[in-house]
Design a protein around this ligand. Structure first.
Ligand code: HEC
Length: 115
């Protein structure tokens, strides 16, 4: 009986620790929520707000964002254009919300992960 209490107490403690440990430790770069940005969420934004003008048949500036590898290798450029407000172009009808901009920024700050 005593052993059982010890074991269940240990499990309780471990669970409590697990719940308070952040899922991701990033390299100290500021981000708003502290939660890891998933690549699929970045891709959803790029698909909705960028790919129309940056794909194989319409590559503005010779620049494409139609595959995962292109998005990953261009992460710094994407971040620069989005944060500066240059992309998507004004008057193009594509508008980035603050949440979407923060998602891009945090993804890059966390190391532009592919998952
Ligand atoms: C309506 C069309 C359109 C949309 C949507 C659009 N772009 Fe562009 N993009 C352009 C045009 C046109 C240029 C080249 C001229 C310029 O810089 O304004 C360009 C240039 C760029 C460049 C510079 C390329 C280089 O080699 O330096 C980057 C980076 C870029 N866009 C990223 C993005 C991102 C990221 C998004 C989505 C958030 C986006 N664009 C959405 C039209 C678009």
């Amino acid at each position: 009986m005593k052993l059982f209490i010890k074991i269940s107490l240990s499990i309780t403690i471990l669970t409590a620790i697990g719940c308070t440990t952040p899922a991701v430790t990033n390299s100290g770069n500021a981000d708003i929520s502290g939660t890891k940005v998933l690549f699929k969420d970045v891709k959803t934004i790029i698909d909705a707000k960028c790919v129309t003008c940056h794909n194989a048949s319409r590559a503005e500036d010779g620049f494409m964002l139609d595959t995962d590898s292109k998005i990953l290798s261009a992460s710094n450029k994407i971040n620069r254009e989005v944060i500066s407000g240059k992309m998507p172009p004004r008057n193009s009808g594509y508008i980035m919300s603050e949440t979407e901009k923060n998602t891009i920024r945090d993804w890059v700050a966390q190391g532009s992960s592919s998952n």
